[in-house]
Design a protein around this ligand. Structure first.
Ligand code: GAR
Length: 212
């Protein structure tokens, strides 16, 4: 049976768009994007969902007294929607442990660096690329990982490297990491999950061959 996917977003939603495009070309076999949940109203990602005919919802941090209460509301919503896989695609709110307990090894996050470099609390979005340039690394990239209770610390599913070029700015690097890495590996990881091809053993995620 097809897995029901919810994509959680906070901004522009280019990674959501990569998932929508992958679904349209049949590359998410075994899964279906059934909901897009935004952490604030009025964001471009919700427009992308509407255009693709995917129901959009808002669960905003400011409507709840604590992040625990917001997490509980999200878990409740995902349960009602009968979701099998949660994808954090540029979702900028840190959720509490209840989320991971409700969806063990069933939440994927995309992060714009090669974890364990340039990750963890406070390291998100453009900051990640600023830090990579400040440090002077020659290679960066993107990671898709399962979400655990440790921020950016869960088992790694896929990674892709991107070269840093002379004269790179954080903005130019952010764009190239998205184009060359994130938009490719996020749909790929989602498809592998939906086809039951990911097996987690400790910190290692084994990728199983396609079923005949
Ligand atoms: C992406 O680069 C994503 O990897 C990053 O935010 C951007 C969202 O862009 N996520 C994080 O930094 C999470 N720690 P998008 O809204 O266009 O997909």
């Amino acid at each position: 049976m097809s897995k029901r996917i919810a994509v959680l977003v906070s901004g522009g939603g280019t990674n959501l768009q990569a998932l929508i495009d992958a679904q349209a070309r049949g590359a998410l076999r075994g899964g279906k994007i059934c909901a897009v949940i935004a952490s604030k109203p009025g964001i471009l990602a919700l427009e992308r969902a509407a255009k693709a005919g995917i129901p959009g919802y808002v669960v905003a941090r400011k409507d709840y007294p604590s992040s625990q209460a917001m997490t509980a509301a999200l878990v409740d919503k995902l349960g009602k929607l009968d979701i099998d896989l949660v994808v954090l695609a540029g979702f900028m709110v840190i959720l509490t442990g209840e989320m991971v307990q409700a969806f063990p090894n069933a939440i994927l996050n995309v992060h714009p660096s090669l974890i364990p470099s340039f990750c963890g609390e406070g390291c998100y979005g453009l900051h990640v690329h600023e830090k990579a340039l400040e440090y002077g690394v020659k290679v960066t990239g993107a990671t898709v990982h399962f979400v655990s209770e440790e921020c950016d610390g869960g088992p790694i599913v896929l990674q892709k490297a991107v070269d840093i070029l002379e004269g790179d700015t954080p903005e130019a690097l952010q764009r190239r990491v998205m184009e060359q890495a994130e938009w490719a590996i996020l749909p790929q990881a989602v498809a592998l999950f939906c086809q039951d091809r990911l097996r987690v053993e400790g910190r290692t995620v084994h990728i199983l061959p396609p079923r005949p």
